[in-house]
Design a protein around this ligand. Structure first.
Ligand SMILES: Cc1ncc(COP(=O)(O)O)c(C=O)c1O
Length: 449
């Protein structure tokens, strides 16, 4: 193992003895000691005791600035006082009923007022479910059975979504017409044959594929900025092209705004001025509680209407529109003003620029992608525009060295060196991250070629 990494890991062990013990106990009851694939890292994850604002505190008493905010879901940071108050007040009155409360109507109204394409909302409990139900609604509305998704696009772990998320490029076929490959055992070949995979940021290729498949293609689901694939923004005009291509070929366009609803007051669709037919939401709309929603035009959303006895797409859910989640979501969304989003974008620009300047100054081969409050470091000097170009910038050893170096210096981000900001952050937090990164660069004897 690289000496630098060995030293950082030793320091991590020294700082986190309780987490190590807790993890050993966890392994007795949870497969692999975890219940969440994406938050786990080797040799064992931190166990967190509490969070406040943009800081988290682990069970070993270490304080860190949280640059991942529970996978982008906590836009106001931790334990926001108004959210805590709303949850406490709601919980005192009861937490769940086999009947609606006005909270769900109020949050639905707020989302309809903010998101340009959304006229009706259906609540559920995760982004996985939101993407899955948006896809099913599109199939029901169009009567077609195939779905289009981008290579590397992440829409949670339901069957159709979990195709070509991290495909092996030796198996994935040509870049302009990728094969659909399963990312998990247990996904049937029937499902694979219903998923048409497309390259992100390549409108010409998408148009060719859509023209070929249009008779069977119900929808294209796309993240307006690819998240899991590497925080890759859409090229100028790409989303507009998708809108034109889908409209011309009678295919519905679904924006998965589970992450990008962080982009602005009305999400990425408002920022780009492109209106999809359906939108999948989750994360920030639940104010820190499990949440999800599908929104869209009234005629399409009517597939969920069960008031006449039977919906075209029946959709139960014991905790749909749960009043605690709805109260937390409302308390969160009401605090998010246009100024909050401008603040996040300004800080995001400063961070991305600062990281890029450092890499140039030290001659370190890396690129920073992202927009608004998102950022990611790729270990390449090539432009990153899609899943395949992002793969060229993967360097597991550099990721681990930087991740543990930052972790040991009070900076928590996602282990692939990506993250996002929260409203309570200011320039001090940005400079703390930049300082720790500069310290890393100074500490290297040589850089990878
Ligand atoms: C774009 C996108 N869609 C869907 C999901 C799934 O959301 P959840 O983890 O709430 O199921 C995620 C989660 O990170 C996501 O980033």
């Amino acid at each position: 193992m690289n000496d630098f990494l060995e030293r950082e890991l030793k320091e991590y062990y020294r700082k986190t003895p309780k987490a190590r013990k807790y993890y050993q106990t966890a392994c007795r009851y949870l497969p692999g000691g975890t219940t969440r694939t994406l938050s786990f890292f080797q040799p064992y994850p931190l166990f967190i005791e509490r969070g406040r604002g943009c800081k988290i505190y682990d069970v070993d008493g270490n304080e860190r600035i949280d640059f991942f905010n529970n996978a982008t879901s906590l836009i106001l940071g931790h334990a926001n006082p108004a959210v805590v108050k709303a949850v406490r007040e709601r919980a005192k009155l009861g937490t769940a009923f086999h009947a609606p409360t006005m909270h769900e109507v109020e949050l639905a109204r707020l989302l309809c007022e903010r998101i340009p394409s959304v006229e009706r909302v259906r609540f559920m409990n995760s982004g996985t479910e939101a993407a899955m139900m948006a896809i099913r609604a599109a199939k029901a509305f169009t009567g077609k059975n195939k779905i289009g998704k981008m290579e590397g696009g992440y829409h949670g772990s339901a069957d159709h979504a979990y195709v070509s998320v991290h495909p092996d490029l030796t198996q994935a076929g040509p870049a302009d017409s990728p094969r659909s490959l399963s990312d998990s055992m247990g996904i049937s070949s029937g499902t694979l044959s219903e998923v048409v995979v497309m390259p992100f940021n390549d409108a010409e290729a998408v148009e060719r594929i859509v023209k070929r498949e249009k008779d069977n293609l119900a929808c294209i689901i796309v993240e307006p900025m690819m998240g899991a694939a590497g925080i890759i923004p859409a090229r100028k005009g790409f989303l507009q092209d998708l809108r034109r291509i889908t409209r011309e070929n009678d295919v519905l366009l679904i924006f998965d705004e589970v992450q990008t609803f962080r982009h602005s007051w009305g999400g990425a669709q408002e920022m780009h001025g492109v209106l999809p037919d359906l939108t999948a939401l989750a994360k920030i709309i639940g104010g820190g509680f499990p949440s999800g929603a599908v929104g869209g035009k009234a005629d399409i959303m009517s597939v969920f209407d069960s008031s006449g006895g039977h919906a075209k797409v029946p959709h139960g859910g014991t905790f749909n529109g749960n009043p605690v989640t709805m109260a937390a979501g409302l308390a969160t969304m009401k605090q998010l003003t246009r100024k909050s989003f401008a603040h996040l974008s300004r800080l995001g620009d400063e961070l991305r620029r600062g990281l890029t300047d450092l890499f140039v100054r030290y001659g370190y081969k890396a690129r920073v992608t992202g927009e608004t409050s998102f950022f990611k470091v790729h270990f390449t000097d090539q432009e990153v525009v899609d899943y395949r170009s992002a793969r060229k910038g993967v360097n597991n050893e550099e990721e681990r060295k930087i991740f543990f170096h930052l972790l040991n210096r009070g900076i928590f981000l996602e282990s692939q060196i990506k993250g996002c900001l929260s409203v309570p952050m200011g320039r001090a937090e940005i400079h703390a991250l930049l300082g720790a990164m500069e310290d890393y660069l100074k500490g290297q004897k040589s850089f990878p070629g």
